[in-house]
Design a protein around this ligand. Structure first.
Ligand SMILES: CCCC(=O)SCCNC(=O)CCNC(=O)[C@H](O)C(C)(C)COP(=O)(O)OP(=O)(O)OC[C@H]1O[C@@H](n2cnc3c(N)ncnc32)[C@H](O)[C@@H]1OP(=O)(O)O
Length: 329
């Protein structure tokens, strides 16, 4: 079988893709990354593929209006019904000719047939030394992502016991408080055909773009400006949503730090069945970290609500530590 199917779309960042500061919208970037990866996945599988998970994403550089975004994806390894696709994103400034890294993404896809059943993937062969390294690393990352939920739970429990983490890294405690609940955003989106793939499944990238939208509003309200997306923790797509579904996205600030803040987003889907609102299905959840805009000053400290709010604040502090530790591994 042909090794390393590639996809390398190139996009010009236009005014419809940027925010008020002419910086590429994080949600748009997530859509392009998912679609680019899906092209490689489907090329290997020969079947439509759905996104199962997206590993932690860290955005190294902002992309500006008029710059060129280069995306390059390849299948690193096929397992049984799932495969890992790596995407490398860089941006190119036309006037200087310089190219800067934007992010590396690892996305897992499962191939499905017309009845929605998982398909066994063809054998995957790699030839060059680089392909063999990607192949080996993909297996290590797979172990990490399969056990991700359990690992994070364990780390949070360990941090809970750590006396150091009882001092949660928040901003100065005597700053003006955020009015309770202003950081909460709930938005409902209707899944239309342009949001979905050929199966009618909502694109994973589209869901992530909607998530980034509500999260950026929560973040922006807290820091009173346009916050820029810095990272997205691993996202697992628990179940599908399809054309006609209503997608409910709820976001809330979990904790604020010196120059960044973490927002949690929960996504649910429902549809009308027999004249009634059907059951809400939990599609996925994610934690997004935003940087405070330059010149915005200090982030106001916010006091979490008792119990649940305090739990979320504490967990966000622990996740921040995990993220920072990982960057230095
Ligand atoms: C750009 C176009 C593509 C899209 O955006 S599609 C839209 C977004 N995605 C979706 O709607 C998918 C929603 N999820 C689903 O429908 C189901 O979870 C899905 C993918 C059918 C799998 O369902 P199940 O049968 O319950 O899954 P399973 O436990 O048998 O696992 C199937 C394969 O996935 C793997 N897997 C499970 N959890 C994972 C994780 N956290 N990260 C990475 N891989 C994971 C699992 O190991 C298995 O792979 P393999 O068969 O061992 O190769």
């Amino acid at each position: 079988y042909a090794p390393q199917p590639n996809s390398s779309p190139t996009q010009v960042v236009q005014s419809s893709h940027v925010n008020q500061h002419n910086i590429l919208d994080g949600g748009q970037l997530l859509k392009w990354v998912d679609t680019c990866a899906c092209l490689s996945a489907e090329r290997l599988a020969g079947y439509p593929c759905v996104t199962v998970s997206v590993d932690d994403l860290y955005f190294e550089n902002e992309v500006k209006l008029g710059e060129i975004l280069n995306l390059r994806s390849q299948v690193n390894r096929a397992f049984t019904t799932s495969m890992e696709v790596g995407v490398r994103v860089s941006c190119e400034c036309l006037s200087t000719g310089k190219s800067l890294p934007v992010c590396d993404a690892f996305i897992t896809f499962v191939a499905i047939d017309a009845s929605g059943a998982k398909v066994k993937l063809p054998p995957f062969k790699c030839e060059t030394a680089e392909e063999k390294t990607c192949f080996a690393l993909a297996n290590e990352r797979r172990k990490v992502r399969i056990s991700h939920a359990k690992t994070v739970k364990q780390l949070l429990a360990d941090y809970e016991l750590s006396p150091l983490l009882n001092v949660y890294p928040t901003n100065k405690p005597h700053q003006p408080l955020l009015t309770p609940l202003t950081d909460r955003v709930e938005s409902v989106e209707l899944v239309l055909p342009p949001h979905a793939n050929h199966h009618g499944n909502t694109f994973g990238g589209q869901i992530m773009a909607w998530m980034e939208n509500v999260a950026s509003i929560s973040a922006g309200r807290l820091c009173q400006g346009i916050a820029s997306l810095r990272s997205v923790d691993m996202v697992y797509f628990r179940g599908p949503s399809t054309v006609g579904d209503r997608i409910v996205l709820a976001s809330i600030v979990n904790n604020s730090f010196q120059t960044s803040l973490e927002v949690g987003v929960r996504v649910e889907a429902y549809r009308y069945e027999g004249g009634k609102i059907g059951t809400r299905r939990h599609i996925n959840s994610a934690f997004l970290t935003f940087d405070v805009p330059p010149g915005a000053g200090e982030i106001p400290h916010f006091i979490p609500e008792p119990q649940d709010g305090m739990r979320r604040q504490k967990e966000a502090a622990a996740r921040r530590k995990i993220r920072l530790d990982r960057r230095f591994i």
